[in-house]
Design a protein around this ligand. Sequence first.
Ligand code: SF4
Length: 361
Amino acid sequence: MANSVVLSAILLDWFDQNRRDLPWRKDRTAYGTWISETMLQQTRVNTVIPYFERFLEMFPDIPSLSAAPLEDVYKAWEGLGYYSRAANLQKGARCCTEQFGGALPQNYNDLMTIQGIGPYTAGAIASLAFGLPEPAVDGNVIRVFSRLYALPLTQQDEKSKREVTDLVRRVLPEDRSGDFNESIMDLGATVCIPGCPACGICPVSNFCQAFLLGKQSELPLKKAKKPSPVFTYTIVILKKGNTLFIRQRPDTGLLANLFEFSSYPGLLHPGELQTLLFRDFNLSPQEIGSITSLGEATHVFSHIKWEMEGYLVEINEINDDIYSPLQFSEKEETGNFYTIHYARKMAFPSALKAYTAVVFR
Ligand code: SF4
């Protein structure tokens, strides 16, 4: 094994000269670290930067995040995906308000009691914000360590995570634990990248067993990926004057609490759609002004894929008791007509971006 003191010294020296200039690194706070690390899960740095800045403007601290309506938090999160992370941030902020005097607790074990904070985020907050010697191991850190020590690890695997956490503990310098964790993050993001790493400019190539064995592209091991199940939907945007029919998704499950348009399972032709609108919305032929195709769209989630076809349905007149009995969850939910101006402030999933972009432009 590489001499851990020399290895960490080289990494810290490299980090001092090459650290990325990121907004959450200026005036480092525990709250900013929490928000940025939560946003960075499954999302690229360049995408996160404007979200982070806007979020901190809207909710600059734990009290403001605790007190905000959840809808505002979702709106600030709109487009980042994985909305349960946004809901957990607010639950976590409320927990800090009730149990920790309105601040994040300054030790790993208490951080782990907060909803939405797992070992990686707790380690990141503890080391980066409080200078505690805690590892912060995610898939990128597993990639770097799998190569450094030529270990046959996989990135999304709990056993690999535990193994790398033990390795990081052995090289983590007590006096600069946060910088060390960030040096690995930056090395993984800019040099030891997936696929073909830039070993020619790597500061630790002399220590790297995968490089010395010529195995850097083979590690970490790739998990065989099963194809995601595909679900098809016809998205129906009912428009009456300057209002749109919108409903809220259930408060649990996929895209919980977000707003959406009506929909039917399957890809329907306009004729089929018209028949269903007569049946389900109690509309007469005179009330349907026009049905315009908004085209196809696809959205890939981490575990499933949606294939959609959208239609804008202009309604001339409508009954007062309109309701929508079909939706993605197949659970009955009522909706309402909202003015387009008001609806722009509602949080829609990015899965519907192809259609919200048309009706809200
Ligand atoms: S030498 Fe190559 S594989 Fe090894 S840590 Fe550096 S970039 Fe990664």
